[in-house]
Design a protein around this ligand. Sequence first.
Ligand SMILES: Cc1cc2nc3c(=O)[nH]c(=O)nc-3n(C[C@H](O)[C@H](O)[C@H](O)COP(=O)(O)OP(=O)(O)OC[C@H]3O[C@@H](n4cnc5c(N)ncnc54)[C@H](O)[C@@H]3O)c2cc1C
Length: 609
Amino acid sequence: METELCSAVTPQEPAPDTPGGGNPCADFNQTMSTDPKQVVILGGGFAGVYTARCLEKLLRSEEASITLINRENYWVYQPMLPEVISGSIGLTNVVSPIRRLCPRTNLIMREVDDIDLQKQIVTISPGFRPRQLQLKYDHLVIALGNITDFHGMPGMIENAMPFRTLADAMVLRNHLIHVLEEADVEENPELRRQLLTFVVGGGGFSGVEVMAELNDFVRSVKRNYLRLRNEPHSCVVVQAGDRILPEMSETLALFAQRILRKRGVEIILNDRLRAATSERAILQSGTEIPCKTLISTVPSALPPVIQKLDCHKEHGKLLVNTGLELKDYEGNVWALGDCASIKTVAGTRVPPTAQHAIREATTAAINIAAAVRGGKRAEFGFEGLGTLGSLGHGAAVAQIFGVKISGLLAWCLWRCIYLMKMPGLNRKVRIVTDWLLHLLFPPELAQTKIAFESGIRNQHFEPGDFIFQQGDLGDSVYVIEEGECEVFREQKGEQELLATLGPGEYFGEMALLSDRSRNATIRARIAMDILIIPKADFNKLRQRLPVFGEVFTELATRRAVPGSPHSSAEPSTLGGCCGQPIPIPTPESELGPMPGSPPAVRAATPAKQ
Ligand SMILES: Cc1cc2nc3c(=O)[nH]c(=O)nc-3n(C[C@H](O)[C@H](O)[C@H](O)COP(=O)(O)OP(=O)(O)OC[C@H]3O[C@@H](n4cnc5c(N)ncnc54)[C@H](O)[C@@H]3O)c2cc1C
């Protein structure tokens, strides 16, 4: 697999128009007279974005260059995300573009694939161009949050919906409208009941808030469905403990339980989700709940890129000191937010909440600034201001500075506090407008149908178009339906035509089979229609249907024989499998330093077999 390496980012004002010469790092580089430290932040949630914002205030451009890597180009205000379900806040108003929140930070909207703490390199996923990118850092902030992990729970991955991201909220909202539409036309009463049953696994803040909003939404839109108006629907929360909201005092949790039950929500305590099918949720106790909607906010785990990180962890989370420095990487790596195991100076374990993540960001930023230019260091001592949880329209529970409040007053407080916390006047105004409109009008009921393209897809190529190029990441296998293509290999600046392929033939399998980069270029000779099978689907088919895999393995073996008529796309890759390793040619030009890059930029080391 081939990668390109650059020092994180040099400029403070990215220059999008700077000719990049095809190098994905080039847009982020300008020649500087000084050598600013490269600060790389992984994750654009509360912890990551607030660290970047704070660093922008603490450090000058000449002192540090800040790069933030996040898979989305926006920051999600998770505490308000459940309100998207009921439509009381518009979909895009609970997010904010990171580029506007952190104007002096270089944002890279990609997936973090790997962190090498020893070499101080972060590897990020390919974009449109199938090349990985490596960034060298001086100081690293790991703030990748956590994920909902259904592993070990049969059927959950396929049938349960997590609720963390904007996409999750969108999918759930569309799904709810879909099941209501289906229930309205369904004649079978049992299936109608199943369609009108909604199960949430997890009775913590997020589970309770999701259920409250979901229930509000279904209750208020059911009247628009002629056959559902008088049909009961059923909402069930499953909680492992003996009460919901374990984060709050018992009095408030019991108040919340009473309110939810009054609103028709069934709460099952001391039980948990064990498995799911497309027809039902199955609990640990053996109880089965027929349903078509299952949302689960538990259990949580660290993102895979952190799971595979070889460093000190506690309860699976990254172990840091009170300065939020990763153990053994003090002064170099900081970890904060939901992915870190943190204790305050007083020894209290820090809960995974947004209010803590924001304060942790300030501590980390002060300490990074101290590492860059010296100065006083900070220790994390925030013990929390209180907790707030919404129970849906007009009700909430709050515990602030030890004072317990519930009902309408708590709900107003909840809205005021979270509105104040939302950065930017623009978003605040939009949210208030949404709330006012929601009070005046019924919720939006239009389904936003998004047709997700299936993994396996067709693509058309005109003569001269490249299907892939030598050195690209092997990310798909291709089957030619119509047309012809030529297979080239470039060596020592010379192009050699290896083969011409036509209808019914396939190519691209070798890089996938050996997880390496392409060592040939494929270009359409005449107009072509190609079936593209992405790597994930290809591997799934190979595992589930061995005969499918055998076809490609056999083809690869034939192509590996030097001088064979189809010794075409990536023969050398396979050579490795057949005991005749042939090195992958790696074009020098892709690995050299980037134009205008500072001295810290090193030539990339191509990934070897
Ligand atoms: C529905 C819900 C409601 C909540 N309500 C409240 C509340 O009322 N009050 C409260 O205090 N807290 C609340 N929380 C918790 C709070 O949102 C989290 O504690 C907080 O978001 C943690 O911040 P973080 O930066 O650690 O993680 P996150 O905010 O989750 O950010 C992590 C970021 O990293 C990105 N990322 C992860 N892996 C990769 C990768 N490999 N490559 C690139 N990017 C990656 C993610 O896309 C994400 O943007 C709620 C959480 C949820 C889900």
